[in-house]
Design a protein around this ligand. Structure first.
Ligand SMILES: [Zn+2]
Length: 911
């Protein structure tokens, strides 16, 4: 699964639980019903519902689903058969049901005996249900046969219905635990079985499922019945179905290669009228599949591939076996798609396709290892894109992963990568930047440590060992150790995934007269000012690599740091300077002493882009920790201007940080500094011939421009941008799609609404509501929410609760408005006054994440107010605890930093 990638990126919540034995829970207490005969094994009858995993003594062997669907209706009917296997006699079976209303249920034994069962649904809130049988079922095989009716979900979970342009569409989203909304199931990843789907749908509607279509026949009443081929063994969260008036595009099949003898049929689907926007993603897909087949040394497992753009979708995309579902913004490309979005789409596609092996073919046994799925797919997506688009600068993706994870991982309330999952409410916590970004960065670090070929051999071995089955992280590490022949990787890897936080390396270089020069490295855990983290309580096994520059040249010094303090002798004499993160591949921050920091700044251009970025991050983090002065931070930003485009982009964060710590007078002076620092970089980039620009240049330009317009002295240019926005949106004129580049849309709308008042807001909103382009709608709504006035926000809030704005867009508006410095107080009051209504429209997965917005406040009183409020709404936002803890901590740290640093920052600008 990919979290959505808009500005309001999913910052998942997670619950911090002490690590317990987590692969196999204690067997739940069992009590026996009255024994039927003394010598018989007593029938198993678990009285209390299981809170984590279902009991292991009953498991599904195959599912057959026969459904009658019509998107125009509000519910569907199903006939379901589940072949099961029981390790002992059972009078009661526990499984999941959170939607189907079962009208008849029986168990059929191999000899044809039928035993009537009664299902009690929703024994727990998350859908654990039980079936009680009139007579005890004997040990061995049986088939559960049932008929049911179920509503289409309306909050983007299970088999759900959404409307677009007045047309209803059906599509599925099961992960993590919503298959139980569509059919009665043993809804856990360890239960991998074949699925056979038969679906009846209105004549002429497009339809797709995991399996290829086998046959179809007229069902009467303007309905057609479709029989899909039986799948390979898959888990319930991968089951997919799509029915509706979708446009369909059939591409040329992916041709056979030396790994695979058969072609792979390839299609894509989008809401009516949008089929032409599928061309680019279909074009790149065969190269992605081909690269990954060679990497895994295993043919694409699922026979055919459909790429489906859902009419609305809560995540970025979902890796259903052979039928991947995406939000429109993660699949559709037209002439208005920005370069950043286009790259995001390709990378998401590579991520989901990687899951067809890592996640689908080999599946985590339980949710505590879902991080490995996501970390691997994120890491593999960069690797794939680097191969498919070698000039695209994808090599820096793992460094960007580190930078994306570290803000969350700086908190005391972060979680370790591999976290115990003890109840369903914890599962969604696992889909956060720690899983995706830190996980990918850690995989990259260990690939660098083992070497590319050794690491790949471990992965290949893992695929062969566990194909069509389940594997835990221990299995993964064993595969890596066996495949690479380097078992010492295991304890180091464990030290990163089993404890939270960022290793903070204090580096000192000593060159005593006549003595042995060396590096002394002391580990602690990184903590910002005001943090409650016990910085001395942890050590990691750090696969340390530093670049040492001395009179004889440049050397990389490597050492596995296993102790709190490590001395590394420098045998080639004293170093002139040291870069303590060679290539930027290491997941750690470092603090260099003032001399080393000055030397690194002076030699900035000698560093590669990854090193520049990790250095700048360490300096910015040092500022937040009270170890780097404002003057040094400003010097770092200036040094960054000599660096790679990605480094320049990263340094723009310094302007935002300082802006947040200054009053009005200081901000005026900051504007001059912003011009002096970033203006020349903008001029140089603008002067570069178009043909010489890299993707990194093209991605930097709109960000640099945004910073100059937002924090610099660009009154005239702001006015010009606002007027381009008006032309684009058709405010007081005919809309002109050529008036703005897609890169500048968000910036232009933000400036337009801030400087242009209510007339601009009204015009922009009218344009948005008439648009059917979800990417564009989301960008405009986010900008209006982030920069609108109190009056604009009041109107936007009211409309967002109505029919013209989707539930996903409501979340985008919420995230934008809570980040709106001026409008936040009034918007927050609206949220509090209408919370139940807001939650009712929100996609289910977003509800607990609402509490994360507490982190937008930056005073102790506001943070306390938000905390009290969300705690009072616990019933509506079940599973919110970690989101809230992280929000409270972020807000509290913001207030602490402001108190500690504002005077120093003001003083730096007073000169
Ligand atoms: Zn994923």
């Amino acid at each position: 699964m990919t979290p959505r990638t808009s500005a309001s990126v999913l910052l998942g919540a997670a619950s911090l639980l002490v690590l317990a034995a987590c692969t196999t829970p204690e067997p739940a207490a069992e009590t026996t019903a009255e024994p039927t005969a003394p010598a018989e094994v007593a029938p198993i009858r678990l009285e209390e519902p299981p809170t984590g995993q279902l009991p292991a003594d009953v498991h599904p062997v195959a599912y057959r689903l026969d459904l009658v669907t019509d998107p125009h209706k509000d519910s569907f009917t199903g006939h379901e058969e589940i072949d099961i296997s029981m390790d002992g006699p059972h009078a009661r079976i526990w499984l999941h049901d959170l939607g189907p209303d079962v009208s008849s249920l029986k168990a059929v034994l191999p000899d044809g005996t039928e035993i009537v069962g009664t299902i009690t649904t929703g024994v727990t809130e998350d859908g654990v249900s039980r079936i009680d049988f009139d007579t005890t079922l004997p040990s061995g095989a049986a088939t559960l046969v049932m008929d049911f009716t179920a509503p289409y979900d309306r909050n983007l979970a299970g088999l759900y219905k959404v409307e677009q342009a007045g047309r209803p569409y059906l599509v599925t989203q099961m992960e993590a635990s919503d298959a139980r909304r569509m059919f009665v199931s043993f809804d856990e990843p360890r239960f991998k079985t074949p699925y056979t789907l038969t679906v009846t749908a209105p004549v002429g509607m497009a339809i797709a499922a995991n399996g290829a279509l086998d046959s179809s026949e007229d069902a009467g009443n303007s309905m057609t019945t479709y029989h899909f081929k039986t799948t390979r063994p898959i888990q319930s969260y991968l089951v997919a179905l799509m029915v509706g008036p979708y446009d369909s595009v059939t591409a040329a099949p992916v041709p056979p290669n030396d790994i695979r003898g058969e072609p792979v049929p390839l299609r894509a689907f989008a809401a009516a009228g949008k089929g032409s926007q599928l061309t680019d993603v279909l074009a790149i897909t065969p190269a992605i599949i081909d690269y990954q087949e060679h990497y895994f040394d295993y043919p694409y497992p699922y026979g055919k591939l459909d790429l489906i753009a859902a009419a609305d979708f809560a995540y970025g995309a979902m890796e259903n076996a052979g039928a991947i579902v995406y939000r429109e913004a993660a699949l559709l490309i037209d002439e208005h798609t920005s370069l950043a979005r286009r790259r995001g789409i390709f990378s998401t596609n590579a991520h989901e396709i990687a899951h067809q092996w890592f996640g689908d073919l080999v599946t985590p046994a339980w949710w505590d290892d879902i991080w490995l799925n996501e970390a691997f797919a994120t890491w593999m997506a960069s690797k794939t894109m680097n191969a498919v688009d070698p000039d695209g600068g994808w090599k820096l993706s793992p460094v960007k992963s580190s930078l994306n994870a570290m803000p969350l991982d700086s908190l005391a309330s972060t979680r370790q990568i591999r976290n115990p999952i003890e109840k369903t409410g914890d599962i969604n916590d696992a889909f956060d930047s720690i899983t995706y970004q830190k996980g990918a960065s850690v995989l990259n670090m260990f690939e660098t440590y083992l070497g590319e070929d050794a690491f790949r051999d471990g992965i290949r071995l893992h695929m062969k060992r566990h194909a069509d089955g389940n594997a835990t992280v221990d299995d993964f590490m064993q595969s890596l150790a066996d495949g690479s022949g380097q078992p010492d990787v295991v304890p180091a890897f464990r030290s990163y995934i089993m404890q939270p936080g960022i290793p903070y390396l204090d580096i000192s270089l000593s060159c005593p007269d006549g003595g042995q020069p060396g590096l002394t490295i002391t580990q602690s855990r990184y903590a910002p000012l005001g943090s409650t983290i016990d910085t001395g309580a942890q050590t990691w096994q750090v696969p340390f690599a530093a670049e040492v520059h001395d009179s004889t040249g440049t050397h990389v010094v490597r050492r596995m740091l296993t102790d709190k303090t490590t001395e590394i002798p420098l045998d080639d004499g004293c170093a002139d300077w040291v870069m303590p993160n060679a290539g930027g591949a290491g997941y750690w921050r470092f603090i260099a002493d003032a001399d080393d920091a000055a030397a690194l700044r002076a030699n900035f251009t000698a560093l590669d882009a990854g090193e520049q970025m990790m250095l700048l991050d360490s300096q910015m983090a040092g500022f937040n920790a009270g170890k780097v002065s404002t003057a040094d931070l400003m010097a770092d930003a200036q040094a960054a201007m000599t660096g790679a485009p990605d480094t320049v982009a990263q340094s723009l964060g310094v302007a935002g940080k300082l802006h947040g710590l200054l009053g009005d007078e200081g901000r005026t002076k900051l504007a001059a500094w912003v011009e002096a620092t970033y203006g020349p970089a903008w001029n140089a980039l603008s002067a570069k011939p178009e043909a010489d620009k890299t993707d990194a240049d093209r991605l930097l330009a709109p960000q640099l421009w945004n910073t100059l317009l937002t924090y610099g002295q660009r009154t005239d240019e702001r006015a010009a941008m606002a007027s381009s926005a008006k032309a684009y949106l058709g405010i007081g004129q005919d809309a002109d799609a050529a008036a703005l580049s897609p890169e500048d849309l968000g910036t232009a709308v933000s400036i337009g609404v801030r400087d242009g008042g209510r007339a601009f807001y009204d015009g922009a909103l009218a344009y948005t509501l008439a648009s059917d382009n979800q990417t564009e709608r989301s960008a405009i709504l986010y900008a209006l929410a982030g920069s609108g006035s109190d009056e604009d926000l009041a109107d936007l809030f009211k409309r967002a609760l109505g029919d013209e704005i989707t539930g996903s867009e409501l979340y985008t508006i919420y995230a934008g408005a809570m980040g709106n410095e001026k409008g936040r107080p009034a918007f927050w009051q609206l949220v509090k006054d209408n919370f139940a209504t807001l939650v009712a429209k929100m996609p289910s997965v977003r509800r607990p994440q609402l509490a994360r917005a507490t982190g937008n406040f930056c005073t102790a009183d506001e943070v306390a107010d938000a905390e009290t409020f969300f705690k009072g709404q616990a019933d509506l936002i079940s599973g919110y605890e970690r989101s809230l803890a992280q929000g409270v901590e972020a807000g509290t740290l913001c207030a602490t930093l402001k108190e500690a640093k504002s005077a120093e920052v003001e003083a730096a600008f007073a000169e």
